[in-house]
Write a protein that binds this ligand. Structure first.
Ligand SMILES: NC(=O)c1ccc[n+]([C@@H]2O[C@H](COP(=O)([O-])OP(=O)(O)OC[C@H]3O[C@@H](n4cnc5c(N)ncnc54)[C@H](OP(=O)(O)O)[C@@H]3O)[C@@H](O)[C@H]2O)c1
Length: 243
C-alpha cells in the first residue's frame, strides 16, 4: 500500500521539493499551506500529472484546531499517515534590543509550537499503526546561533530538543523522529540576503538547493536503511557546521 505523507508548508521552497520527492518515492502526499492556495494547487497538479495521489489542505499549523482538522481530513481521505514532515517556518529577523515581542512570539508559535501540535496530532495515528517517520526541519541557526535571529534560533534549537525527546517516547512503537538542519538554501526565505559573507562560511562554496534537503528527507522517510536511525540531526549545509 502507498504510504501517506503530510508535509507542512509545502506550497513552495523546501516543503514543495520534499512533497515532490516523497511523491516520486511512491507516497500519496498532503500539501499543507497557510495562504498560497494557488501555489499549493500547482504542486498538487504537478504530482497528479505524474500519477501521484495528492491533495492540498489549508491550515495555519500554529493553530491547534486547524492542525487537528487537517489530520482528520487526511484520515478521511486516505485512512492513515505514515510520514510527517514538519517544514512550515517563518523568519521575523531583528537584533535583540529591537525585536518586537510580537515577532518573537510569531516565530515561536509557528516554528516550535507548530512542530509540537502537528507531531502530537499525528503521533496518535502513528501509535495506533505502530509505525511512522517524523522529520523536523530545524536549521544551522539552532546550532550555531545567528545574529538577528534570536527568535528563529531559539525555536530551531527547541526543535532539536523536541526531536530527541519525542524520538525516545515513540521508539517502542517503531516510530522514528529525526531532524534535518539545512544551512543556506536558495528559497524565498533567503532571497534578500547578502550572498558574499554567507558563501565565505560554506566549505562547499555554494548555497544549497531545496532538492539537496529533499534528498535527505526522502532517505529518512522512505529508505529501509533509515529504520534504525532516530533522534538524530542531519546537517545539509555544505559543511558549515561540523561537530
Ligand atoms: N531557506 C533556508 O535557507 C533554510 C535554512 C534552514 C532552515 N530552513 C527551514 O526550512 C523550512 C522551509 O523554509 P523555506 O526556505 O522553504 O521557506 P519558504 O520558501 O518561505 O516557504 C515557507 C512555507 O511555509 C508555509 N507557511 C508559512 N506560514 C505557515 C503557517 N502558519 N502554517 C502552515 N504553513 C505555513 C508557506 O506557505 P504559504 O505560502 O501558504 O504561507 C510556505 O509553503 C522552514 O522551517 C525554514 O525555517 C530554511
Amino acid at each position: 500500500m502507498d504510504r501517506v505523507a503530510l508535509v507542512t508548508g509545502a506550497s513552495r521552497g523546501i516543503g514543495r521539493a520534499i512533497a515532490q520527492e516523497l511523491g516520486r518515492g511512491g507516497c500519496r502526499v498532503v500539501v499543507n499551506y497557510a495562504r498560497s492556495a494557488e501555489a499549493a494547487e500547482a504542486v498538487v497538479g504537478e504530482l497528479r500529472d505524474l500519477g501521484i495521489g495528492a491533495i492540498a489542505l489549508q491550515a495555519d499549523v500554529s493553530q491547534e484546531q486547524e492542525v487537528d482538522s487537517i489530520v482528520k481530513q487526511t484520515l478521511e481521505q486516505w485512512g492513515r499517515i505514515d510520514i510527517l514532515v514538519n517544514n512550515a517556518g517563518i523568519t521575523r529577523d531583528g537584533l535583540l534590543l529591537r525585536m518586537k515581542t510580537s515577532d518573537w512570539q510569531a516565530v515561536i508559535d509557528l516554528n516550535l509550537t507548530g512542530v509540537f501540535l502537528c507531531t502530537r496530532a499525528v503521533a496518535k495515528v502513528m501509535l495506533k499503526q505502530k509505525s511512522g517517520r517524523v522529520i523536523n526541519i530545524t536549521s544551522v541557526a539552532g546550532q550555531m546561533g545567528n545574529a538577528g535571529q534570536a527568535n528563529y534560533s531559539a525555536a530551531k534549537a527547541g526543535v532539536i530538543g523536541f526531536t530527541r525527546t519525542v524520538a525516545r517516547e515513540l521508539a517502542s512503537r517503531s516510530i522514528t523522529v529525526n531532524a534535518i538542519a539545512p544551512g543556506f538554501i536558495e528559497t524565498e526565505m533567503t532571497a534578500e540576503l547578502d550572498a558574499a559573507p554567507i558563501l565565505a562560511m560554506i566549505p562547499l562554496g555554494r548555497y544549497g538547493t531545496a532538492a539537496d534537503v529533499a534528498g535527505m528527507a526522502r532517505f529518512l522517510a522512505l529508505d529501509p536503511a533509515a529504520a534504525y536511525v532516530t533522534g538524530q540531526v542531519f546537517n545539509v549545509d555544505g559543511g558549515m557546521v561540523m561537530s
